[in-house]
Design a protein around this ligand. Structure first.
Ligand code: URA
Ligand code: ZN
Length: 385
């Protein structure tokens, strides 16, 4: 009889009650408003004042557990959703980061226990990504204090980060002490978009949230990851573990073009130790792409990067796509993308599971790893707890 493997959701969000209260107290974006007895979340730049409906699935842990049970998800690595603390003053951000990290540790540590064949030790159903008070003019000390707090919280396995950094983006050298501390603490950084790209590209027609979410979010992630590569962060911090949302956006598709542009650019050509494609082999990508062909393609690009990482020359790679799947991890983006009409299972989840199941060239072992095994090893859940 085949043994059941864990299904682990590494891309799943919460607005902790303390954060939801903060959003309710605000009159400018980001905020939670009440409209005709329905709470609505207004967070995106240039979003219409109506925002989106929001309810207990965004903050109530029992709702998250019900969602997990309904979809067969054993373990979730939960992160605060966007826009994190970006809109706060340094004093506010520092205080609430520490409070929210404690709240999330409590949320996870008091979650139910699960045992499974892959792990002789019991796991919790929930682990978390903490937050740093990443806002302009925050002191390095405050950032390092938050890294230390997260690393000392047994159920927090990493931290979620937007793309703004201290106001100048993540390629800002002022962040080097933070990367250094994160690398030393072996925390995983989950890079997640919020701002999209210049909305003037979206035209005047009302297309709901489709353009900012389908294109703006992944382009933002593509830009931030490319800027990090160009800044040499991975040469300075080679053990840094970055997990990119939405399968890395367009970066896998553009990585050879990026490598060529670097090679032909007198400003950058000699800056990096390696070809740009080498650095993709250092990344972890979620498998939130909704299609098996996309997952297969992304794993091909990662497989090539891993091949180069082992010292091969750039050119043709015969590395099988399954060699890239060990850097890809199942996610749902819950509680976003709920079905428009009530259904037992959410289409957004079913599609991502079916996509993993149908990738040509991934063995059943590779698929199990993407569904859960890769997460257990990335977050050290196969060893600790
Ligand atoms: N919409 C958001 O605002 N955030 C997500 O993570 C997904 C959809
Ligand atoms: Zn998300």
């Amino acid at each position: 009889m085949a043994t059941k493997k864990f299904l682990v959701d590494i891309h799943t969000h919460v607005y902790l009650p303390r954060y939801a209260s903060l959003l309710r107290s605000r009159s400018s974006v980001p905020k939670i408003i009440s409209l005709n007895n329905q709470e609505r979340l207004v967070i995106l730049p240039n979003e219409s004042t109506a925002g989106r409906p929001v309810g207990p699935q965004y903050w109530d842990r029992d709702e998250k557990l019900k969602f997990m049970d309904r979809h067969g998800i054993d373990v979730s690595i939960v992160s605060t959703a966007n826009p994190w603390l970006d809109f706060l003053t340094p004093t506010e951000a520092q205080k609430i980061a520490l409070e929210l990290n404690d709240d999330l540790e409590q949320y996870c540590s008091t979650s139910p226990v699960i045992t499974g064949p892959e792990n002789s030790k019991a796991l919790k159903r929930m682990y978390g990504f903490g937050l740093l008070p990443l806002v302009p003019e925050i002191t390095t000390r405050s950032l390092l204090d938050a890294v230390k707090q997260i690393s000392e919280s047994p159920h927090l396995k990493g931290l979620i980060m937007g793309t703004r950094g201290l106001g100048k983006g993540l390629d800002d050298e002022a962040l080097d002490p933070v990367w250094d501390a994160i690398e030393a603490a072996e925390l995983v950084v989950f890079l997640h978009p919020h701002y999209g790209v210049d909305s003037s590209a979206w035209g005047e027609r009302d297309n709901g949230h489709v353009l900012p979410l389908a294109l703006g979010f992944p382009f933002e992630t593509t830009t931030v990851a490319t800027r990090l590569i160009l800044s040499g962060v991975f040469d300075r911090f080679p053990r840094l573990r970055l997990l990119l949302a939405h399968s890395g956006g367009a970066l896998p598709q553009l990585s050879s073009r990026l490598a060529s542009c670097i090679d032909h650019d007198p400003v950058v050509a000699s800056r990096l130790k390696h070809d740009a494609r080498f650095y993709l082999g250092k990344l972890f990508l979620d498998a939130v792409a909704y299609g098996s062909e996309e997952l297969g393609f992304v794993s091909d690009v990662l497989a090539r990067a891993r091949h180069y990482e082992k010292g091969a020359r750039y050119g043709s790679s015969t590395t099988p796509r399954s060699a890239g799947s060990d850097r890809m991890l199942f996610g749902t983006d819950h509680p976003f993308f709920p079905p428009l009409n009530s259904t037992e299972k959410w289409r957004s989840v079913v599609e991502n599971l079916e996509a993993i199941d149908k990738v040509q060239g991934w063995s059943s072992v590779d698929k199990d790893a993407v569904r859960g095994g890769n997460a257990l090893s990335l977050f050290n859940l196969d060893m600790k707890q």
